[in-house]
Write a protein that binds this ligand. Structure first.
Ligand code: CMP
Length: 201
């Protein structure tokens, strides 16, 4: 089994993160956790790339649609359709508009439990209910309610892979093989080396 320190995850700073001048804040939060930045690029994604990204998991549309229907019901509102695939498709159309409206930053972060640690720091999907102390909880106030009222995607600053399998599919979509670097940070000695020596003189 590969050592946990090799785990990688994909993060996208979405157009609202760039427009809110939060690039430095977001990178700093991930960086100071001890994770290592091994890939970074800025681009305006095509509609096709966004569709491919959210279609990697064939069950994504259905599960997002089911959650969206649940969120309508919780608020006592009739969803636009009872078919989760149809509702998931509406979310996807909104996401395509949102993610192609300006530059995004795609990053690959590596380190122990990278997927879990990044998701924990990022916070839950809906900024309104994501925990204080997480990036979404601290810097954005959007909600399912507002997104539904205005017929658009929830603006939550960031996408972060949900599992290692997802990360392994998403990274090659955004980065060529040579674009993800392999190098050692000096701090890895403290984070991972079995024997910490060479500190005292
Ligand atoms: P992300 O973590 O990139 O995964 C899917 C994205 O779809 C999510 O962040 C939100 O931006 C958006 N999203 C998810 N559910 C809904 C919903 N019910 N209504 C609008 N947008 C949604």
């Amino acid at each position: 089994m590969s050592h946990p320190k090799h785990e990688k995850t994909l993060v996208l700073i979405k157009p609202d993160g760039i427009q809110r001048s939060l690039i430095g804040e977001i990178v700093q939060r991930y960086e100071r956790s001890g994770l290592k930045l091994v890939g970074l690029k800025m681009l305006v994604p095509s509609s096709d790339l966004v569709e491919q990204h959210y279609s990697l998991d064939p069950s994504w549309k259905k599960s997002v649609g089911e959650k969206a229907i649940g969120s309508y019901e919780k608020r006592g509102i009739e969803p636009p359709s009872r078919d989760p695939i149809e509702v998931g498709d509406r979310v996807l159309q909104g996401l395509k508009k949102y993610l192609t409206c300006g530059p995004v930053i795609a990053m690959v972060w590596q380190g122990a439990h990278a997927v879990e640690v990044i998701r924990k720091m990022t916070g839950g999907t809906e900024p309104r209910s994501s925990d204080v102390g997480t990036i979404r909880g601290d810097f954005v106030i959007d909600s399912y309610q507002m997104a539904d009222t205005d017929g658009r995607a929830v603006r939550n600053l960031i996408h972060a892979s949900g599992s290692t399998d997802e990360a392994n599919q998403e990274i090659p979509l955004w980065f060529g093989a040579g674009d993800v670097l392999s190098y050692r940070l000096v701090q890895e000695q403290i984070l991972y080396d079995v024997n910490i020596d060479g500190i005292l003189e």
